[in-house]
Design a protein around this ligand. Sequence first.
Ligand code: SAM
Length: 521
Amino acid sequence: MPLDAPVSVSLKPLSFITAFHEVRPLNPAYVTRLRQKVRAIGVKPYPLSVTPAGVLFGGRHRYEAFSAEGVTECLMHISEPASLDREAIELNRASEDALPMSFVDYAEMVWRKLADGTTQQAIADELGWSKQKANDYANLKRIVQAAWEVVSATFRTLADVASADAADTKSAAADFTEGLLRCIVALTPAQQLELVQDLAAGRINKNKFRSQADAYRARNAAIAWVRAQLGDIDPEIADEATVEVARGLYDVEWKAGGEDGGAGPKLKRLIEAAQDKFAKKHSLILIHGDFYQEVDKVGDASVDAIITDPPYHISSNRIYRLANQADWNKNFGEWDSEPEAAFLANIQTWAATFFRIMKPGATGFMFVGEAYLNIAQALFDAAGFDIKGTFFWCRANPGTSVTKADFMPAMDHAIQFVKPGGKRTFNYPGEPESYNWMKSPICGGRERLANAKGETLHPTQKPEAVIRHLMDLITLPGDLVFDGFMGVGSTGKVARDTGRKFIGIEKDPGYFAAAKSRVEG
Ligand SMILES: C[S@@+](CC[C@H](N)C(=O)[O-])C[C@H]1O[C@@H](n2cnc3c(N)ncnc32)[C@H](O)[C@@H]1O
């Protein structure tokens, strides 16, 4: 600003300034250079910008240099801007002798404001930015601290001093920009650090920085895909495959797979090899725990079939007292007594989860009570399955009609669902086995497990004959069958006896122990 500036510019004692409005950190190297200039050419005729209350918001480096050189008064432009931040930034931009305000300062200012509760929109409005630009700067916070320190140190110590001396000095600081760093925000901390260190040290240029960031992004997506395919049941096998991908051997193939990348033949072979290894190592996996947590360990598109028998939501507190027989208690326990809304939400979760873990073409049978049969079919249909209909198990000996006032429920039902997109197994058995019903007694005799007191161990243990029929229809020897609610392990036992592999989950410790000795024993 020239000396013949408006009347608001006046000579004032330096002591008029009592506070500072900071928008960027002080750069001691630059203050040193300004002091040299003050000594060489005197106080420069550019006024400091100060509010009437004595808050300095433009010219902090000059102020420091003047104080250090014993200058007691200088020109000050007194004004009260609407936004101190914005005005200070404008001044920094406009002032010939101010340091160029780097994106590092802007980014840190944006983060400070966000931490103070300012919204991105408010920041954008204040700085005259687009919302997208404010968002881009906010996102830089995803860069790990150690890498950010390399970037900011490069700016604040090297580039600033260099640019004060000679504007055309080339340094890594000139290469770092918000746009360049945007391409590493989604990388791992180690990848971010490696790239910024390499650029700062001149080991790579910014083109290489970009292409390497691209390669890392492809690699990370491929690793995430590999982990999703293999699941967490055997972290050792999943880790082995991940390490292989982390070596960078699949980057190019993944990038060739379209806009978001994708698995090519090499990567698919890696998964098949890992799955083979998995199959050799584990044929029966029994997990004690909650389906909703443990099923996350099962890989995407990894199971050949599902035969499962989750809670029916039919428990009641009624106890029927029978002549010459044990009481008939319709309360199966806490696992079958959820509120209806939660039960319906569970059916949706089962549908989505089964869809995730089933291979394309895989078939599932899920037993479900009569009241929820059509609802379950609709929800499974909505999840993407082809609904093939209902299998009816007609209990040959349903028990005694207790009340004699209603039908005796003698039918049990399983919905049949197929994940589209692959080759389906249906081993047509001829007639009458291909009918959608089967008459078979309820589980009894030596097959029915009992506790130490000789009482029925599980209230709804399914007969092996029924499970065996379904297993024969929809699986082949060697297939992997899943049951997320295995009770005392009827599906697992049949899988083992017929040479299928099996993953089962059960949360009740007593039922789980019984399943374990039955399936593995
Ligand atoms: C209908 S029974 C299955 C009986 C089984 N078909 C058999 O033959 O033994 C349902 C089973 O699911 C189990 N269960 C209920 N909620 C569960 C959950 N969130 N995770 C794992 N198991 C659960 C119950 O403990 C019960 O044993």
